[in-house]
Design a protein around this ligand. Structure first.
Ligand code: ADP
Ligand code: MG
Length: 702
């Protein structure tokens, strides 16, 4: 039970010493026993069976085959000199190549003879190939020997480490030594009943088998257990901090539904709420009656009607004597919120004020006063809201738009604006998959608006290849004739700015030729324009003076032109899914049927094809985000980049969703039955979370 042993500096491990310890630390960040034990193999060499040539592909690990030699040949001269051998089995032929040690190998190779080869499949000129395989003549003895081998771990190493004989094999030796001497010191971190119930192997076994698996099944069980542990303790931490927060922070109670809410509902609300909106409002009502601070994430696609839900929650707060605010990440978005709220309630009903970086000092003074004496009940703004100068009399409800651009710190700053922290509703229009939400926002409650308001016509999406450009022009003219407006968007990706600019310039030229003055007018907006020019061009489009807006992705946020009903995305294969979805969300805001046309070349990568097919198939942001997660992996999903939560060593939120859901459920049940972790079977968790930083590592003991 000696956990301290894992904090032993790595130099004290037999076979390490001071200089090796130094490179291990510098090259791999391995500074103690625990770090080494958690330096997991990144792959395994499969010596458990023989492969066939037809089965090979570059994704396979090192594999072994039994083959026969057809021919051999030395090609090239001097630097390009190489030995190439053609081999075959009953499924196909392939090439082996050596660039060094040719003389020895060449002697070994006799056409017609059989060999056992072992190496990493690669490809060359589109054909399967293997460079520098290990090779030996086939014999019954050799076969028996190879057939008995197991999965061999392969570890990340570096050139510097290799100079200290710490290549994969060298590291493997060290890990074997470490496991031998301290395996018994590895203690369990997960309650026994959970291990039993879900047939998880114990921790000791898992660590031994992830490094030295006897076979693939044992390896799977080991990895599964350690992944579970990883996910389990993230959820444990999240739910624990949520629990602590609810225990520590009292919440204002919104006990009554009063005049503002009722009047708004009866006389102002211009439409019937969707079921999803009603459900979320109910969730918020329940949250705000429990005497506990609410922290809720509201996810919903663009246009799903989050604003009105936020507003009605704010009215509820106001009915109970509190002030409210909405914080948006940019001035444009703050402005938009201000305008849409003003459309729903007029100043006679309730005053709404806007506070941003460009609010004049004079206006600010008046605002500050009204906030401090409590006259102003609804404030909308940017970061300017959290400045210390801004003081509320009684802030009770805060709406934060676009979560991922605000840090936890900033959220906390808002809480401190009141003795009892305000309830917080975080809204985001970038739907993220459930498992990601659970991990990134695991300490928040999550509400989802997964339904668009009735009568909204779903945007129709089409994918055209370059050859259908004329058809696209025809379609554009038809829509313009109906009085509609059209966006044409070009990619702007930093790495190929020049190419993009050329694409854009060519595009503008083509559009101007196809849609000539005076009949047609075009707005052009791109990153090289000054802010003033950009704004002027946008305004022309907003006012309907131009019918077409040719733009780079700068229009992604903040433009709202209900009369624009067609979104054309050029080189659509170059956009990510979430970006395509956001762009498409610019149309479909009016009463007209809207369209999105994805233009692409004929040659598409596999992923590119899936992205475009997905866009054509569905308008549902959640569905799209799930596919995005599968395609790109969790680290690349918008809004997750800065999150340390996703530094998972083994688990992958895209492929281990079931395991995550299971881990989450286990943790929920534990806290439900034993919130203080007092039951004997849960003591292990108190220990684990205190001594091993959530069981994840032994090194960061707090
Ligand atoms: P979001 O903020 O989720 O993108 P908004 O709240 O801005 O969406 O709503 C988009 C538009 O839909 C607004 O014009 C809003 O007034 C309207 N809207 C919201 N809810 C409904 C509803 N239940 N029925 C009809 N229209 C609605
Ligand atoms: Mg909105």
């Amino acid at each position: 039970m000696n956990q301290q042993i894992f904090q032993t500096p790595i130099e004290y491990l037999r076979g390490v010493g001071a200089s090796r310890a130094d490179v291990l630390r510098k090259e791999l960040g391995i500074s103690n026993f625990a770090d080494l034990l958690r330096h997991f193999p990144y792959k395994y060499i499969d010596r458990t069976r023989f492969y066939k040539i037809k089965e090979l592909n570059p994704d396979l690990p090192h594999v072994q085959l039994i083959v026969r030699l057809k021919s051999k040949e030395v090609l090239g001269e001097k630097h390009t000199k190489r030995l190439v051998a053609q081999i075959y089995d009953d499924t196909g032929t392939m090439e082996l190549a050596w660039f060094q040690g040719m003389r020895w190998v060449e002697k070994l190779l006799i056409p017609g003879k059989a060999y056992i080869i072992f190496g990493k499949p690669g490809s060359f000129n589109g054909k399967t190939q293997m460079a520098h395989p290990e090779i030996e003549p086939y014999s019954a003895d050799a076969l028996k020997q190879k057939g008995n081998l197991k999965l061999q771990p392969v570890y990340n190493s570096t050139e510097k480490l290799k100079a200290y004989s710490l290549d994969s094999k060298g590291l493997q030796k060290l890990i074997a030594i470490l496991l031998e001497q301290s395996l018994n010191d590895i203690t369990e971190t997960i309650p026994n009943q959970i291990l039993q119930k879900f047939k998880l192997v114990d921790r000791r076994e898992a660590y031994a088998n992830i490094h030295f698996p006897a076979d693939a099944d044992v390896l799977t069980a080991a990895v599964n257990r350690l992944k579970f542990e990883e996910l389990f303790f993230i959820q444990f931490k999240m739910l624990k901090s949520k629990l602590q927060r609810t225990q520590k922070f009292k919440g204002n109670i919104f006990g009554t539904v009063g005049n503002y809410f009722n009047q708004f509902y009866k006389t102002k609300l211009p439409f019937a709420l969707t079921n999803a909106q009603k459900r979320v409002l109910k969730e918020i009502r329940l949250d705000t009656q429990r005497g506990v601070q609410m922290n809720r994430l509201l996810q919903g696609d663009v246009g799903s009607g989050k604003t009105v839900v936020a507003l009605m929650s704010m009215l509820l707060a106001i009915d109970n004597g509190f002030q409210t605010c909405i914080m948006a990440p940019t001035e444009i978005l703050a402005n938009q919120h201000y305008q849409s709220i003003e459309q729903l309630i007029d100043n006679e009903f309730l005053e709404v004020a806007l506070l941003t970086g460009s609010t004049t000092a004079k206006k600010r003074r008046i605002l500050h006063e009204k906030l401090e004496n409590g006259d102003l009940k609804i404030l909308i703004g940017t970061h300017a809201l959290i400045e210390d100068k801004v003081k509320f009399k009684n802030l009770g409800f805060v709406v934060i738009d676009e979560q991922h651009r605000f840090g936890v710190e900033q959220r906390a700053k808002l809480w401190r604006k009141n003795i009892i922290p305000p309830h917080v509703l975080v809204m985001t229009a970038t739907p993220i998959p459930r498992t990601l939400a659970m991990t990134l926002y695991g300490d928040l409650d999550v509400s989802v608006i997964d339904e668009l308001p009735a009568g909204r016509k779903p945007i129709e999406t089409m994918h055209f290849h370059e050859g259908s450009r004329l058809r696209m022009f025809g379609f554009m003219k038809q829509e313009i004739a109906k009085g509609r407006q059209i966006y044409v968007v070009y990619p702007l990706i930093k790495e190929s700015e020049k190419l993009d600019l050329k694409n854009l310039t060519d595009g503008i030229e083509t559009m101007s030729r196809e849609f000539p003055l005076p009949q047609f007018r075009i707005s052009i907006v791109h990153g090289k324009l000054s802010a003033a020019d950009k704004d002027a061009e946008m305004q022309r489009f907003v006012k309907g003076e131009t019918q077409i807006m040719v733009a780079t992705t700068v229009i992604e946020v903040g433009v709202n032109v209900p009369n624009a009903s067609v979104m054309i995305i050029e080189n659509a294969e170059r956009f990510g899914l979430s970006q395509l979805h956001q762009l498409r969300g610019r149309v479909g805001r009016g009463a007209e049927q809207s369209y999105c046309i994805l233009m692409s070349g004929h040659k598409l990568s596999n992923d590119g094809k899936i992205r475009l097919e997905t866009m054509v198939k569905t308008n549902n942001g959640f569905e799209i985000s799930e596919i995005d997660l599968q395609l790109r992996g969790p680290g690349n999903i918008e809004g997750t980049q800065q999150s340390g939560v996703l530094d998972l060593k083994l688990a992958n939120l895209a492929t281990d969703q079931q395991l995550l859901l299971l881990a989450r459920k286990c943790v929920e049940e534990i806290f439900e039955h034993d919130p203080q972790l007092q039951l004997p079977e849960n003591q292990i968790l108190n220990q684990a979370s205190h001594t091993h930083n959530g069981g994840l590592s032994w090194d960061k003991i707090s």
